[in-house]
Design a protein around this ligand. Structure first.
Ligand SMILES: [Zn+2]
Length: 216
């Protein structure tokens, strides 16, 4: 129990990391001495490759999501704005755990294609953490764009301004360009993305009951 408390609160779990001998990887949230939230990748596995895998996952969160390394702990990362962005961080955790490594992938462009509709969607930074959504597609896409804006709201706790394009905004007031580009394809089907998060975390594992179903 003491060990768990030292790590902070577990906020995400990959029970079986297929890219590293099925080790369990978890993400813990804690506060740095100044009160800034940070997140640390952690594994209880003593497999010799575990440390390298955690190094990679932390580096991938910085590269793909725009987080920065935190000196607070090994394999720890934080948002440069100092905010927690818990939902977005959980989403980023799911995304980086999919990566085999060790090479970091190319950055995502601020656009995404949707096979079903043939539409191409764009996110355009407006400054101060706001982003306008738009679509290249025939016909009126306003309803679809509002749904996608709502997807950003669910996935990353962003505020939705339907009148502005629509636009979505981070409550911290800071830009997170890499994160927005990463989230865009998921925001096209936010419900499926959220189901994926739940199924990854809930996959048949031997986890102590106290560690399961932790609230937000
Ligand atoms: Zn922020």
């Amino acid at each position: 129990m003491g060990h768990v408390l030292e790590l902070g609160r577990r906020v995400a779990l990959q029970p079986m990391d297929a890219h590293c001998h099925d080790i369990t990887v978890a993400l813990y949230r804690d506060l740095a001495p100044g009160g800034t939230p940070f997140y640390a990748f952690h594994s209880y596995s003593c497999h010799p490759d575990a440390g390298l895998r955690l190094d990679f996952l932390a580096a991938a969160a910085c590269h793909l999501g725009g987080m920065v390394a935190s000196g607070a702990r090994a394999h720890a990362v934080a948002w440069p704005c100092g905010a927690a962005h818990l939902s977005a961080t959980r989403r980023l955790f799911v995304e980086v755990c999919k990566l085999a490594g060790p090479a970091l992938p190319a950055l995502r462009p601020p656009e995404a294609d949707e096979a079903r509709s043939g539409a191409r969607y764009h996110v355009e930074g407006l400054g101060a953490g706001r982003y306008r959504l738009s679509a290249d597609a025939p016909g009126d896409m306003s309803v679809r764009l509002r749904t996608i804006a709502g997807g950003f709201g669910k996935l990353a706790e962003m505020a939705v301004d339907e009148a502005a394009g629509p636009a979505v905004a981070f409550p911290c007031g800071h830009d997170h360009d890499r994160l927005v580009a990463l989230l865009l394809p998921r925001a096209l089907n936010a419900r499926a993305a959220m189901r994926e998060e739940e199924s990854v975390a809930g996959r048949g594992v031997l986890v102590a009951p106290s560690a399961q179903n932790q609230p937000n």
